[in-house]
Design a protein around this ligand. Structure first.
Ligand code: HEM
Ligand code: HEM
Ligand SMILES: [Fe+2]
Length: 466
């Protein structure tokens, strides 16, 4: 095994541990909706939510790093350049995360001064990490980019997938520079913040996961390089074509010019297209191979990725992307419903699939199956669908009572929160959240056991890219 692949496993293990921390923080965040005085003045809703969503971003990034460090040496048939530095950066990443999480949980807030931005919290949703840590993340991503580019140069090999990955990392890195707010005008600040959030999840991250999934597909289903690369190029063209101006769907109500209604509405309505392409691709592959695969959990998680991405991002995003509808749904639990379902489909399912592939290869397992992964697959997917459903019901109640009937006043906000549909939606989210958490525990048990237990049968792993 290459050193890079050992590092990959470290990244993936930490990523999946943080996935658990994220779920715990998510359950806590959900509990305040049912018990508003919970931990009052000790650990408030806002802090729990910060822990939940920042852990999400960090563990996803760690998962991507792990996946790339696993596949890269196989792709170029040599060790990754600068692997020592990469190892150091892994520990820096872990230490920075722990410090920031401790500061969020214990210190929580600071005076309205520059020092707070540097040491405690930068106050921008999803990227709240204080400046010192944000600088650290920049350094970590820079080293990651260096490792990949230097490896490709040294190996004198640049496949289509690797080329796309390298090109994609540049905007991914540059956009993160936007995590350092200096703007005091709220409208301008939101304007730029969306460049980071939207163009990460609906642009650069999509391309990154598409590259990783391309490598996974070649290993899992023996899909030819020609097919995955062709789809990759089509996907990128569509994602970039629709995703960049799709940014406009966040510019409706923040004080930007009116032309964003038309631009945002039109281009974001096109965004589901690349996601449909992905589903078509998955079905095509399943048909060709009649679902024959020695790593069934990885295969099923890959399908979950394609369908989850399509429904969560494509359908649930499309539902509220036109300005005429978004006027009523904006910033309600409807948004959170889409946020959970989309993120799940677009990124988490893919990362689970990849981890199964990596563990099977690392442990030399020829056949991966058994009842446990099916239980976790069912509980996690039902859990997220149920959560998205509960949030959608709560969001509809808000849309109706707060926006359509109440005209968006503070009083109508309170009335909507008291509506029985809203309250029941919150209970439903909690119940399915618990189901989701049980699914996670089973997933971890299964991942620990993959390739080690008696359920493993001898079979062949397909040749890469044949
Ligand atoms: C047990 C599971 C989970 C529970 C109970 C949970 C709960 C929550 C809660 C209560 C919020 C705050 C929403 C608000 O501000 O009102 C939230 C936000 C969020 N969560 Fe989760 N979550 C869970 C799992 C996940 C997973 C698996 C993902 C990603 C795949 C995720 C992604 C997000 C995102 C993106 C937000 C911000 C959404 C927004 O504010 O619109 N969560 N979650
Ligand atoms: C690639 C996967 C996607 C992910 C992970 C994702 C995630 C999210 C998240 C987390 C939010 C909440 C942001 C916040 O206010 O904190 C959001 C908002 C939004 N998303 Fe997506 N999204 C994806 C794709 C899409 C697509 C394809 C569309 C449209 C077709 C879309 C339309 C929207 C809209 C309109 C909002 C704003 C909702 C509001 O006004 O409150 N998203 N998305
Ligand atoms: Fe967006």
């Amino acid at each position: 095994m290459y050193q890079s692949q050992k590092l990959a496993i470290k990244y993936l293990v930490v990523a999946f541990a943080l996935f658990g921390v994220m779920i715990a923080a998510g359950l806590l965040t959900a509990a305040y909706y049912l018990q508003p005085r919970l931990l009052f003045n000790t650990l408030d809703f806002s802090t729990a939510k910060i822990l939940h969503i920042n852990t999400l971003v960090v563990w996803n990034l760690m998962g991507f790093f792990g996946a790339v460090y696993w596949f890269l040496p196989q792709e170029v048939e040599r060790e990754v350049v600068g692997i020592r530095l990469a190892n150091v950066m892994f520990w820096v990443f872990c230490a920075a995360f722990l410090t920031v999480a401790a500061v969020f949980a214990v210190v929580q807030t600071g005076p309205s001064a520059e020092s707070t931005l540097w040491l405690i919290n930068q106050g921008r949703k999803y990227v709240e990490a204080p400046r010192w840590a944000a600088l650290g993340i920049l350094a970590i991503v820079a080293v990651f980019m260096f490792n990949i580019i230097a490896t490709a140069v040294k190996a004198r090999r640049l496949s289509g997938v690797l080329g796309v990955l390298i090109v994609d990392l540049v905007p991914l890195f540059v956009l993160y520079l936007d995590a350092f707010p200096s703007e005091t005008n709220m409208a301008k600040d939101m304007y730029w913040w969306w460049w980071l959030v939207h163009l990460w999840v609906e642009g650069t991250w999509e391309v990154l996961i598409a590259c990783i999934m391309a490598w996974t597909l070649m290993r899992l289903l023996n899909t030819s390089r020609r097919i995955v690369e062709t789809w990759l190029y089509i996907d990128i063209g569509l994602v970039m074509g629709s995703g960049i101006l799709g940014l406009g769907h966040h510019y409706y109500w923040i004080g930007t010019p009116k032309y964003w209604f038309a631009l945002g509405g039109f281009f974001s309505a096109l965004e589901p297209l690349p996601l449909i392409g992905m589903v078509v691709h998955a079905i095509y592959d399943a048909g060709v191979h009649r679902m024959h695969c020695s790593n069934r959990p990885a295969l099923y998680w890959m399908f979950a990725e394609a369908f989850g991405n399509f429904f969560g991002a494509g359908v649930f995003g499309f539902m509220m992307t036109l300005p005429q509808i978004n006027l009523f749904t904006h910033g309600t639990q409807w948004t959170a419903s889409h946020g959970h379902f989309a993120w799940w489909g677009a990124y988490v399912c893919g990362l689970i699939s990849i981890f199964y592939v990596v563990l099977a290869e690392a442990r030399g397992a020829r056949q991966i199956d058994g009842p446990l992964w099916k239980w976790s697959f069912a509980l996690l997917n039902l859990g997220i669908i149920g959560m998205a459903g509960g949030l959608l019901i709560a969001g509809m109640a808000q849309t109706f009572h707060e926006r359509a009937l109440g005209g968006s006043t503070l009083q109508s906000f309170i009335t909507a929160q008291a509506s029985s549909w809203f309250v029941e939606g919150m209970w439903m989210r909690m119940a399915f959240g618990v189901m989701f958490a049980i699914g996670y525990v089973l997933l971890v048990v299964d991942l620990v056991r993959v390739g080690r237990m008696a359920s493993v049968v001898e079979l062949r792993i397909p040749e890469v890219g044949a």
